[in-house]
Design a protein around this ligand. Structure first.
Ligand code: NAD
Length: 263
């Protein structure tokens, strides 16, 4: 076996022996679905100014708000037509095997749910760009619906129920992270046996605390990433490679191991 095969085998053994596996994902898990990450050469912020995406600008500056809607609902940031890739499907398999303690994600693309992971097991630390939310009554709308309104000439979408201001449901710069998702992520990271990080540089806080809580609580940390991460030194197993290539191989081996060990 080469080194990569040995690491895949060791990860599969950890998962097969565990009951609670927590998966932590970043932008890298979705690059194979065609969504660029932040820090790559084709990263989003090489083309747009993050200053235009603050909550303050959204609430107070009509020009910035219109520009945000245009980009977030149908333009460069649109998550409407994106599809899950083999990494998302491999993670969903963990739930079918009864192993998934949760998916904590920094992504706003909604692809874990589209791949079949139950809504109540996905904790979206930075919100969800596949939906919009009413700032008054909290009613949620699929971004596809909003995109249709904007295409048919509407300037700024408002809530159909209460006429309140709608906002993309992703966390904008300067906005608080969703408290419930954050608390539940910490709880699950402190009670998992294995934590698998996929596609994140682990540089964005507080999100990057989640795998650290898992290690502090005695879990084994596995990192699958293209390029180094800030927490490589804490990893029990570190696999260099694409999540969409590595994750399905791990799941394939987990299934074989579980079958071999069936009484
Ligand atoms: P990041 O851009 O800092 O890091 C992504 C990492 O994934 C990089 O190390 C990159 O080399 C690696 N990578 C790229 N393709 C990969 C692949 N196929 N398999 C494995 N690794 C791969 O992203 P981050 O750590 O998530 O943090 C930045 C912020 O990006 C987060 O706040 C997140 O909200 C936001 N973001 C989300 C999306 C999305 O929802 N899809 C897209 C862009 C940015």
């Amino acid at each position: 076996m080469n080194t990569e095969d040995t690491q895949i085998e060791a990860t599969a053994e950890l998962i097969a022996a565990a009951r609670n596996v927590l998966v932590f994902t970043g932008a890298g898990v979705s690059t194979e679905s065609g969504i660029p990450d932040f820090r790559g050469t084709d990263g989003i912020w090489s083309r747009y100014d993050p200053e235009d995406f603050t909550i303050q600008k959204f609430l107070t500056d009509k020009r910035a708000r219109k520009m945000q809607w245009k980009l977030l609902s149908g333009g460069a940031f649109s998550m409407i037509n994106v599809k899950p890739n083999s990494a998302h499907f491999a993670i969903a398999e963990l739930e079918k095997l009864g192993k998934l303690h949760g998916v904590v994600t920094q992504n706003v693309d909604g692809l874990h749910q589209k791949a079949g992971v139950s809504d109540n097991r996905v904790f979206q630390l930075h919100g969800d760009l596949s939906h919009a939310i009413c700032l008054s009554c909290k009613k949620r709308y699929p971004m596809e619906e909003i995109s249709g309104w904007l295409k048919s000439g509407l300037d700024e979408p408002v809530c159909l129920s209460c006429q309140g201001m709608l906002k993309p449901d992703a966390v904008l710069f300067g906005e608080q992270l969703p408290v419930e998702a954050l608390m539940e992520s910490e709880k699950r990271s402190r009670s998992c046996e294995v934590c698998i990080v996929m596609g994140s540089t682990l540089t964005v806080y507080p999100a990057a605390l989640i795998p650290q809580y898992a290690v502090q609580s005695g879990a084994k940390l596995v990192i699958i990433n293209v390029g180094p991460t800030e927490l490589d030194r804490l990893a029990h197993i570190r696999i260099e490679g694409k999540a969409g290539v590595i994750a399905p191989q791990i799941i394939h081996r987990v299934k074989s191991i579980l079958k071999e060990r069936q009484p």
